[in-house]
Design a protein around this ligand. Structure first.
Ligand code: CUA
Length: 349
């Protein structure tokens, strides 16, 4: 069940605003501008519903606050100790039925009405009947990156979820099946949907139905170890045509040029292959991110670094330098060998 804690959301908003700065700095030139990940700027149906609900609760609580604080201030001023006070207590009221009823019934009715709205909102967020055009994606949380599978399209990628924009006339939502490989994570793209825990041994669900194209950033929202803060995720919302183009590109096997054959052979001879997959080569490791189309992604290390040739080289040399505690080890290669391997990886578009 999505958690709608406003105070927590506001605090995380500040954190996410900072993360956006970082993500903005990391975005490659080809990417669309990244909008601020605020729950108050929703662009997808679950987030729109949550936004409306949050404002309703804020409004109801605001009215109660103004009433209580107003009455309190009135009483403080009206009945304050004056110079001509005779020091006697005012009349004391005991067992007034109208008063007892008022302060029991009014809160009860308020809570009851808010519960009804909550039940309706939760029902709407579950979306039991799926429109015909929905797309499934399996999201697997790892320390500290996201694995993404598109079972119907045969695509596996990491840290960048690509989805088509959804036209309200013919909705095209994406349903995410959330799983964890190790500890509890939390999947959260504030502008697209509510927060959802990713729990080992369980399958949780969340869906997005973005109405605008663009890049929306999110972040693991449950402390999951040293690099929790660097477990970023970006969602790229495409036009239907762009999404088809992206999917076709991802479905291809890796094609590496003859000029990087030496780097490719070196990569296949090192322990890289026990963790990483490059489809079209014997590398079939499942521990780390699939690298088949590595260079189609904007970041390295789940948002730790911008993905370009120079950073790729530096990352292979010492992942721990950029993401302390990361499970990927430095492979102990010579500089020349790192250049060869990075040269090969840089061709995986
Ligand atoms: Cu994964 Cu925090």
């Amino acid at each position: 069940m999505p958690r709608l804690r406003l105070a927590e959301s506001s605090l995380l908003f500040v954190g996410l605003a900072f993360c956006t700065r970082v993500a903005g700095a990391l975005s490659g030139p080809a990417q669309a501008p990244i909008s601020t990940p605020s729950i108050f700027a929703p662009v997808s149906r679950p987030a729109v519903v949550i936004d409306a609900y949050a404002w309703l609760v804020v409004a109801v609580c605001g009215v109660i606050f103004v009433l209580v604080a107003g009455l309190l201030c009135f009483a403080l001023l009206r009945f304050r100790l004056r110079g001509d006070d005779d020091g006697r207590e005012p009349p004391q009221v005991y067992g007034s039925n109208p008063l007892e009823l008022a302060w029991t019934l009014i809160p009860l009715i308020t809570v009851f009405l808010l519960s009804l709205v909550s039940i309706r909102v939760v029902g709407e967020l579950q979306l039991e009947t799926r429109p015909p055009d929905w797309m499934p994606v399996t999201v697997v949380g790892h320390q500290w990156w996201w694995e993404l599978h598109y079972p119907e399209l045969g695509i596996t990628t990491a840290n960048e979820l690509h989805v088509p924009v959804s036209d309200p006339a013919s909705p095209r939502p994406t349903f995410l099946n959330l799983q964890s490989q190790d500890v509890i994570h939390s999947f959260w793209i504030p502008q697209l949907a509510g927060k959802m825990d990713v729990v080992p041994g369980r399958q949780n669900h969340v869906w997005v139905e973005p109405a605008r194209t663009g890049v929306y950033v999110g972040q693991c929202a449950e402390y999951c170890g040293t690099q929790h803060a660097n477990m970023l995720l970006r969602v790229v919302v495409h036009t239907p045509e762009d999404f088809e183009r992206w999917a076709r590109g991802q479905q291809r096997q890796a094609v590496s040029e003859a000029s990087v054959a030496e780097g490719r052979d070196l990569f296949l001879r090192t322990a890289c292959v026990s963790c990483h997959t490059v489809r079209g080569t014997p590398a079939a490791g499942r521990v780390g991110p699939d690298l088949t189309h590595l260079m189609s992604r904007a970041t390295l290390g789940a948002g730790a670094l911008r993905n370009d040739a120079a950073n790729l080289n530096a990352w292979i040399q010492s992942p721990d330098h950029f993401k302390p505690g990361v499970h990927m080890p430095a492979m102990g290669l010579q500089d020349a060998e790192i250049n060869l391997v990075a040269g090969f990886l840089a061709t995986l578009k």
